[in-house]
Write a protein that binds this ligand. Structure first.
Ligand code: AMP
Ligand code: ZN
Length: 488
């Protein structure tokens, strides 16, 4: 399996540190507000990467933090007259709920910064002892960037270039403008913890290094996040961990491309965002995932509502094909054409191979999906050509393969309904007692099912609905104003 390592700018073969096992860490959200679909793109990308590693037989341990103490949380709490802990608790819960709604798997470990202060203080102490960090007179502790000869290797930066424009801001007690805060002295009204340097709280970069070390052990196989985190966040995480423990930090760095709206990065500060929650109120998680996965995870992704509606339509077509394959199998009549069935079997194998090849090439979900779009086309051709003489094994094999591939990507297709028209006709039996021309709810459902079948050119289903109604003494009357069900 090849994975693009953004630290080396190369695709590299995945060679896990422990055979058969992959330890991965993906930076989680700062919980001060609802996440937007840009954030979601990163989390969904890593969910799919994790799912593919699992499907490939690896035992994956996946850790993701919640940054529950931070300037943004404190500011939000002050604006709203609440405590930072209340704000963090609300949005941690909302994040977890909306990840479930997006069908993102829970991490195996989800550490929270405020519960990890002890291990962070331990790491900072080790860094001070090793000459990589220093406590300033005001109670801040800084990491000394020049003490790390490998600084810049994660994000491909050079120290000299970083010096350009680097400044020490008012109130900072750094010795060198490149240094960054590991620990910040408490300010009045802010959450704080006791430390050897006085009351304070950790800097943002501190938590991930300490958590990776505590929960996964250094080095790990994969460290991920959005490309905007490569510098300074990941660079600083790596500097702390390598200088504290000298074991290396992450073998592979993976960074997702940004989700854009009208060519600009979706972000809270630009105000050009849609929350994941509001998008999932209008569209299915499956459609959102399909839209996202049609672009490679490292490329920028242009979001628009039109594209999302398009993905919803594609999903309907794919689900329709699976449904038709299942329905045609149940209603098969006559001797199947062996040559046609073999062709369908071959198309299933080709799709499966191509899917695997594309996913093993740096998780190319766009290519993997294309293979299955082709299989959907092939399956529709098969259904057209086979008529009612459908080969049950070939058709159910194709249906299972399509549904299975989408499931690996976390895209759940709607289950084919049990005998769609017959189930509805069960409800319709009640219609026999019904007189007059009012169209009841049951009749509306039946008419909608027939209209759907006709729109999909699924004539067998449409005819079955008509025939079975007739057996019950009912007819469908199509008028210019629409269709209705009447007693014959
Ligand atoms: P934050 O809470 O700001 O740390 O963001 C959480 C995750 O979302 C990080 O991995 C970011 O890199 C990622 N992220 C933020 N904005 C976008 C975007 N527009 N597209 C993709 N990922 C993003
Ligand atoms: Zn991090």
């Amino acid at each position: 399996m090849l994975i693009y390592n953004s630290a080396t700018h190369k695709k590299e073969e995945l060679i896990p540190i422990e055979e058969g096992k992959v330890r991965m860490y993906v930076c989680g959200p700062t919980v001060y507000d609802n996440i937007h679909i840009g954030n979601a793109r990163t989390f969904i990308s890593f969910d799919v990467i994790r799912r593919w590693l699992i499907a490939s037989g690896y035992e994956v341990t996946f850790a993701q933090n919640l940054t529950d103490v931070d300037d943004k949380i404190i500011n939000r709490a002050n604006e709203q007259g609440r405590t930072a802990a209340e704000v963090a608790e609300e949005f941690s819960k909302k994040f977890i709920d909306v990840m479930h709604a997006a069908n993102v798997m829970d991490p195996d470990v989800r550490p929270r910064a405020t519960k990890e202060i002890g291990s962070m203080i331990g790491m900072i102490k080790t860094l001070i002892e090793g000459g990589h960090a220093y406590a300033a007179d005001n109670g801040d502790v800084y990491f000394s960037v020049r003490s790390d000869p490998t600084y810049g290797e994660v994000s491909g930066r050079k120290i000299d270039d970083l010096m350009v424009g680097a400044r020490i801001a008012a109130g900072e007690a750094k010795r060198d403008p490149l240094d960054f805060a590991l620990w910040k002295a408490a300010k009045p009204g802010e959450p704080s913890w006791k430390s050897p340097w006085g009351e304070g709280r950790p800097g943002w970069h501190t938590e991930c290094a300490a958590m990776v070390h505590r929960y996964l052990g250094c080095p790990i196989d994969i460290h991920g996040g959005g490309s905007d985190l490569a510098f300074p966040h990941h660079e600083n995480e790596c500097a702390q961990a390598t200088c504290a423990w000298h074991e290396g930090f992450a073998n592979t760095w993976m960074h997702t491309g940004m989700l854009l709206v009208d060519g600009e990065k979706m972000s809270k500060s630009l105000g050009n965002f849609f929350t994941l929650e509001e998008v999932l109120e209008k569209h299915s998680a499956a459609a959102l995932r399909l839209l996202m996965l049609q672009t490679h995870y490292r490329s920028p992704l242009d979001f628009s509502w039109e594209r999302l509606a398009g993905a919803e339509n594609s999903l309907g077509r794919i689900a329709g094909t699976v449904k038709n394959l299942v329905w045609a199998t149940r209603h098969a009549e006559g001797r199947p054409d062996a040559a046609l069935a073999q062709k369908l079997d071959a198309a299933v194998l080709a799709a499966r191979d191509e899917f695997e090849r594309q996913m093993n090439d740096d998780f190319n979900t766009a290519g993997a999906l294309a293979a299955y779009f082709q299989l959907v086309t092939d399956a529709n051709t098969y259904l057209d050509q086979a008529g009612s003489a459908v080969d049950a094994d070939a058709a159910t094999g194709a249906a299972a393969s399509i549904a299975g591939a989408f499931k690996i990507l976390g895209i759940e297709l709607p289950e084919p309904e049990e005998e769609l028209p017959v189930g509805l006709l069960g409800v319709a039996a009640g219609l026999c007692a019904y007189t007059g021309d009012d169209v009841s709810e049951a009749a509306e459902k039946i008419l909608a099912a027939r209209a759907e079948a006709r729109a999909a050119k699924n004539w067998d289903v449409a005819d079955a609905i008509r025939d079975q109604l007739r057996d019950m003494g009912l007819v469908i009357e199509d008028t210019a104003a629409g269709s209705r069900i009447k007693h014959a």
